[in-house]
Design a protein around this ligand. Structure first.
Ligand code: SAM
Length: 258
């Protein structure tokens, strides 16, 4: 078992947290209560999982690496259920409704897992990401980090970087620093759009062509007239989420009328 535990797969983003103070603060930011049901993605060797289990009612730990599953099952307490699965494709309706999400995420699933998480219900998430990714999550229009992710995160949640975590806190050491991010889902979105899915589709389309003008992108893609579209001469990187919402509502209205 020691042999298994010493192996680290780069492909699975296995940079294990080795700093107990960082782990302790991550759990503090998550404000775990005795009745909380916690989801942890990628428990690894169970460093964070043990601390979570001490505070929460139940922990669901989703781990992709089958070599770690038997070990985790042996060493973790009874209120942890280890599930061998890919967190990106896992059907979360198969487990109890969780209230908190705490994870040192494998970097290669940061984007798909975060978009998936934004569609789920929970009270608070505290997640460790690569710093660059965290900057994209909180970026504003005009910033080089502003992206489809920034818009989705802003629409769904209050997001803040709690702290930057140096590479030295992990083993093996990653190439870049990380950041601990807190996400608290909005009860209601910060603005209203006519159709959320359409808004997300338009956001994706515009950021796929971030250097082109809004009017050009929309006219190449949709069959309705957008020659007079609001913010038509702008590029998406300068538009706030609210302004993208205005654009998507107008296009949708025209499509519905056509
Ligand atoms: N939580 C541990 C810690 O903080 O030391 C390990 C974190 S390590 C950055 C990421 C973990 O996620 C690894 O154990 C890796 O095997 C697991 N993992 C990678 N891809 C995964 C996926 N798609 N679904 C679930 N777990 C995954």
């Amino acid at each position: 078992m020691i042999g298994v535990l010493c192996m680290c797969s780069k492909h699975l983003g296995q940079h294990f947290l080795i700093n107990p103070y960082v782990a302790k603060r991550e759990i503090e930011y998550a404000m775990i209560e005795p009745d909380d049901i916690v989801l942890e993605v990628g428990p690894g060797k169970g460093f964070l999982t043990r601390l979570l289990a001490e505070k929460a009612k139940q922990v669901y730990a989703i781990e992709l690496d089958e070599h770690l599953i038997t070990y985790l099952d042996k060493v973790l307490p009874d209120n942890v259920r280890v599930i061998h699965a890919d967190a990106v494709t896992f059907d979360f309706s198969k487990i109890e409704q969780f209230t908190k999400v705490v994870s040192n995420l494998p970097f290669q699933i940061s984007s798909p897992f975060t978009f998936k998480l934004l569609d789920l219900t929970f009270k608070r998430a505290v997640l460790i990401y690569q710093k660059e990714f965290a900057l994209r999550m909180i970026a504003s229009p005009g910033s080089i980090h502003y992206s489809r992710l920034s818009v989705g995160v802003y629409y769904r949640s209050r997001c803040k970087i709690r702290e930057v975590i140096p590479k030295s806190c992990f083993h093996p050491r990653p190439l870049v620093d990380s950041a601990m991010v807190e996400l608290i889902p909005h009860k209601t979105p910060p603005f209203i759009v006519k159709d959320e899915q359409f808004f997300f589709d338009v956001t994706r389309l515009l950021f796929n062509h971030r250097r082109k003008k809004i009017r050009t992108i929309l006219s190449n893609y949709y069959t309705v007239d957008v020659s007079d579209i609001i913010y038509g001469d702008s590029r998406v990187e300068m538009l706030s989420a609210e302004q993208i919402g205005e654009v998507s509502d107008i296009v949708l209205e025209r499509l519905q009328r056509s």
